[in-house]
Design a protein around this ligand. Structure first.
Ligand code: ZN
Length: 345
């Protein structure tokens, strides 16, 4: 009960890359960079285990950014000539590569870090991939001319890699779709369908993470404009509830998401965001347990997985480690509090 996990990313150590940045530059190159990525991956697996998390991940130490790390292994993308593009409905500008030809995987994308992580932990291993809708919002299209068509093309590539990750021994494959909270109609019209293509044939657990973004200024400014009730999830959750995806990760603590929206996720496991990623203030175990208590009003307890609201990549290492500990300690407290209490069954 209340198995804990993080959304996905963790800060990169200062010897690996620039710190507290969303698109950090690597400090090293070639074999040295590869070794440093491996060292950072092992360091974070240990830190997650030491904190007491039940499900661990690679902390996305081997990718510069959660979308572009995947795109680097795709043929048909021009990384030499990046262009500036407004992303997330022009919320902020990003320097993005361009799709210039038919998309094809060059080979395995994440074999190195997935196999490394699997070899070094007995815990359940979660691995994250960007979702198709969010990918097409983070790359410039000079070839397909149609978002949906390009998303389906990416979904096929994601499916190839996801099946390979499953063969590597990954227990949970999570697709990250922050774009679902921005393009709600597209998400309903074709985004969930693209996600199901990406997850086709998987027998491991499948998940989708939908959030309001990293704790960067462009996102916190945007959240200020969303009003007192954030109802974006209400549009997408019914489509997800009807899908084959098994787990949904959502923001809860310090957000304006009405908690009753969780009830729309019938029969899904819900990774409830109990850790704020846009504040360096460390949650107390009591606060974490309280948020789990809120979720219990809308979900049966066996379907609640305490999680972070989003990735921790742009934070400091020190803060991130403390937040991992708060997550595990809060879930432990919630097990005491709600273990035999009358949660909705
Ligand atoms: Zn997120």
């Amino acid at each position: 009960m209340f198995e804990t996990a993080i959304a996905g990313s963790l800060p990169k150590p200062s010897w690996l890359s620039e710190t507290e940045k969303l698109w950090p530059q690597w400090r090293l190159a070639g074999p040295e960079l590869q070794q440093a990525k491996a060292d950072a991956t092992l360091l974070w697996i240990k830190a997650q285990e030491d904190a007491g998390l039940d499900i661990v991940g690679d902390g996305e130490q081997s990718r510069q950014h959660f979308v572009h790390g995947f795109l680097e292994q795709v043929d048909g993308i021009d990384f030499e000539n990046k262009v500036t593009m407004g992303i997330r409905n022009n919320r902020y500008d990003a320097l993005v590569p361009q799709v210039v030809a038919e998309l094809r995987l060059k080979g395995r994308v994440h074999a190195f870090e997935a196999q490394l992580a699997r070899a070094h932990t007995e815990k359940k291993l979660k691995f994250t991939l960007p979702g198709p809708l969010t990918i097409v919002d983070t790359v410039a299209d000079r070839f397909y001319g149609d978002k949906r068509k390009m998303a389906f093309a990416f979904a096929e590539l994601l499916n190839q890699e996801a099946l390979a990750l499953q063969a590597d021994g990954v227990d949970i494959i999570q697709f990250d779709e922050p774009g679902f909270n921005v393009y709600m109609q597209d998400a309903v019209d074709w985004g969930v369908q693209a996600l199901e293509i990406a997850a086709r044939g998987l027998t491991c657990t499948t998940a989708v993470h939908i959030c309001y973004g990293y704790g960067i200024k462009a996102n916190t400014d945007w959240k200020e404009t969303l009003g007192q009730e954030w109802r974006q999830y209400a549009e997408v959750f019914p489509a997800l509830a009807a899908s084959s995806i098994q787990q949904v990760s959502l923001e809860c603590y310090h957000s304006h998401v009405p908690p009753d929206l969780m009830a729309l996720l019938k029969n899904k496991d819900v990774m409830v965001g109990v850790i704020d990623v846009s504040s360096d203030v460390i949650e107390t175990p009591e606060q974490v347990a309280d948020t789990i208590g809120v979720a219990l009003q809308h979900l049966p307890r066996n379907r609640i997985f305490p999680c972070t609201n989003c990735g921790l990549a742009p934070m400091s290492r020190e803060v991130a480690v403390k937040k991992l500990q708060a997550l595990a300690q809060g879930a432990a407290l919630a097990r005491q509090r709600y273990g035999d209490a009358g949660a909705k069954a």
